[in-house]
Every structure is written in C-alpha cells, then in structure tokens.
Design a protein around this ligand. Structure first.
Ligand code: GLA
Length: 384
C-alpha cells in the first residue's frame, strides 16, 4: 500500500502534513475456529491487506478522524465518556473512539491528534477488518501521545474496545494476529498464555482466500450466542474453559446426562478443533501440506455440522474448491455466517485455481460478487 494518497487526503482535511504513518494488517486463520474464547489454539497469519493511518499531534484534547472510504470528518473530545455515533454514517469511527476510551480507562495519557485512515481489508468478510482498525488506531494514538505499549497489550486493548465499546464479545485471535504476526510465517496461538510460535508454510503451497460476497454483522450474528453456549458447556462440565475438556470427558458427560445433544455438538467441535490445530502446527513443522489440507477439510465439516456457523455460500465455495486441481484443503475462515474461505493450494496450480473458483462460484451463486486472491504472510502492525 502506498501512503501518497493518504498524505494528500490528510493535508486536504486538516491543512497540515502528517507527522507519521502506522499500519495494521488483516488476518486469515488457517485452522482453529471458535477456539480462541475457549482458551484454545488458533493458527493464523497476517495478510497483505491492511489499515493505514496518517497521524499528527494537536495542541488540545480533541481527536479528528477522516477516512478515504468514508465521507466527512468525525470529531470528539478526550474527556469523560466518549459518546458513540448517533448517525449511522459515523458508526465506523466508533472503533476509533472505543480505542481512545479504552486507552484512557487503562490509565494512558492520550493526547489530541488528527488521524486520516485508509484500508483494503474487505469489511465484514472474516478477515479482521475491525481488528486491523483497532490495532492501527491504538498505534496511531500511541505515536501521537508519545506512548510505547507492547504488541500483546495492544491486542488486549483492541479486544477490550471491541468487547466493551463496540459490543461484540470476540476473542483475542484477530487483534493478536494483527498486532504480533511475523512476516512469512503462520503462528500457533495459545489463547490461554497468548504465546505465539511461528512456522512457515510448507514449500510449494499457497494460501488462497475466496470472499463469498455474503456479508455478516458480527454484532447482530449468532456469534455471541455461540460463545455463550460454549461457556454454558464449560460450566456444565465443571471447567473454566473448554480447552480443559477431552473427547472422553465429553462422552462421559453425555452419558451422565450433563450435556444435551445440542450442547454436546458445540463442545465436540471445540475439543476436536483444538486437537486439529495443534496437529496442523505439527504438519507445518514437518512440511506435510497434504495432512494439513485434510485437517482443514475436517475443520469445515465440523463448523458446518456441529458448530453450525457456515451458510450455503461458504459450503458452496468450499465444495467447488475441493474439486479443482491442486487444492489440498479448503474451509471457512473467521466467525462464519458469510465472509471468506481459505484454501491450501499447490503454488503452480494457484492462479488457475483462483480464476476457476471465482468463475464456477459466480455460476452457482449469481447474486453474489466473489473475490479470490492469493496472499502471502505479512508482518504484524507497527509504525512506518
Ligand atoms: C471472529 C472473532 C474471533 C474468533 C473468530 C472465530 O473473528 O473476532 O475472536 O472467535 O471469529 O474463530
């Protein structure tokens, strides 16, 4: 991404030059879905799409923020409770306000600044556009305020902004990926300790993201409901998180009547997915792309049948991908209910795979506008 247009827009909006730029990437999760808020494991990498913010300090305690993708500039004061947008057209800036509010609540001396942002992470598509905005915003506010905060803490603050201010009860996956990703690597994320262990993709395979064009609103979706079901399951099983449950334990609880059939299905996905994610990391270490692809396929099946967060478009995209040459595995990525799939494809086949997947999906779902692209693993957020 080039900062020239951003600098021009900043100058036009604020009649001054930016003092600097920050960036934060979106992410794709290779496997480990709906495990983060169960203290489990994920295997994400950052993608080559990001939010970028031009910033400059101000002498007062006011924040002004504009966006290349939105009309108008939103202005708010850094005192007391920062009010959310009343006009729907200004709701995008709530992520920025939420980050400022959370930083202040955490005791940081946030100073006034002018911010202008741009981004090419598609919104509501499961690639963490909101986490990229939160993490980039925190970096920009820190830069303008002379603050230094470590990447893990920035991720936690971004998650808190999303949980408390925006109102989505998300886990740590998205913000920690955006904040701490390692260029050229996927990462095993332990959502209990927040430890990240990087490993490169096996040689000769590429990651292909396919956007179904179906959008979901995370706040409005069944996301919070799924999380509540997992927490209820853990409580019924006498553990703090499903991370601490085995398949055998689940079976015993079902025999004893502790878990009903629906709760058991949700828990089974989480327990199996944690096992698959650790196994997938071992595949990365061993360079075994075929076994990794099989685990991705299994993950999708459970997300469809047991966790029930797929939809016709995601299932259709995955089904088409699996018929194409060079595809080793394909699954939905992110929260589900719409958004993107991720496929593991032999690098030589990837361009033809991407073109044919898009063509066939358009035929199967004529009302949708898909987008398919190959991505490398980008670096985590930072100042430019
Ligand atoms: C969304 C949430 C994450 C995670 C995924 C599902 O992306 O923001 O915290 O729960 O869904 O794995």
């Amino acid at each position: 991404m080039d900062s020239t247009r951003l600098a021009t827009a900043f100058s036009a909006a604020f009649a001054a030059q930016p003092a600097g730029f920050v960036r934060a990437p979106g992410r794709v999760n290779l496997i480990g879905e709906h495990t983060d808020y169960n203290d489990g494991f994920c295997l994400p990498m950052a993608i080559e799409r990001e939010v970028r913010i031009a910033w400059a300090p101000r002498a007062d305690a006011t924040v002004r923020v504009g966006s290349l993708q939105q009309q108008g500039v939103v202005t708010f004061a850094l005192s007391g409770a920062i009010a959310k947008a009343t006009a729907p057209a200004e709701r995008w800036a709530d992520y920025v306000k939420g980050c400022a509010q959370i930083l202040i609540e955490a005791g940081h001396a946030v100073k006034g600044c002018d911010l202008f942002l741009t981004g090419d992470v598609p919104l509501g598509s499961g690639l963490s556009s909101s986490a990229a905005l939160e993490v980039a915003t925190i970096h920009a506010l820190c830069a303008a305020s002379g603050l230094t905060i470590d990447g893990t803490t920035i991720a936690r603050l971004g998650q808190r902004a999303e949980n408390r201010y925006v109102g989505t009860n998300c886990g740590i996956l998205d913000q920690l990926s955006s904040s701490c990703a390692v260029a050229g690597q996927a990462m095993l994320m332990d959502c209990r300790t927040l430890a990240l262990t990087p490993a490169p993709l096996p040689a000769g395979v590429s990651i292909v993201i396919a956007d179904t064009g179906k959008r979901r609103g995370l706040v409005d979706s069944a996301y919070n409901e799924r999380r509540a079901q997992c927490e209820a399951g853990a409580k019924a099983l006498g553990v703090s998180h499903l991370r601490d449950v085995s398949m055998h334990g689940l079976w015993q609880a079902a025999q004893a009547g502790t878990l009903d059939a629906a709760a058991r299905r949700r828990c089974e996905h989480v327990v199996a997915e944690n096992g698959r994610t650790v196994a997938a990391f071992a595949c990365l270490r061993a360079g075994d792309a075929v076994a990794l692809g099989e685990l991705m396929d299994q993950s999708h099946t459970d997300l469809r049948d047991k966790f029930e967060v797929t939809c016709a478009e995601l299932d259709g995209m995955v089904a088409i991908a699996r018929t194409l040459p060079g595809c080793l595995g394909s699954r939905m990525t992110g929260a589900g209910f719409g958004g993107c799939t991720v496929s593991l494809v032999r690098t030589g086949d990837a361009p033809a795979f991407a073109a044919e997947l898009e063509r066939r999906y358009r035929v199967a779902f004529p009302a949708m506008t898909p987008a398919v692209y190959v991505t490398g693993a980008a670096a985590g957020a930072g100042r430019l």
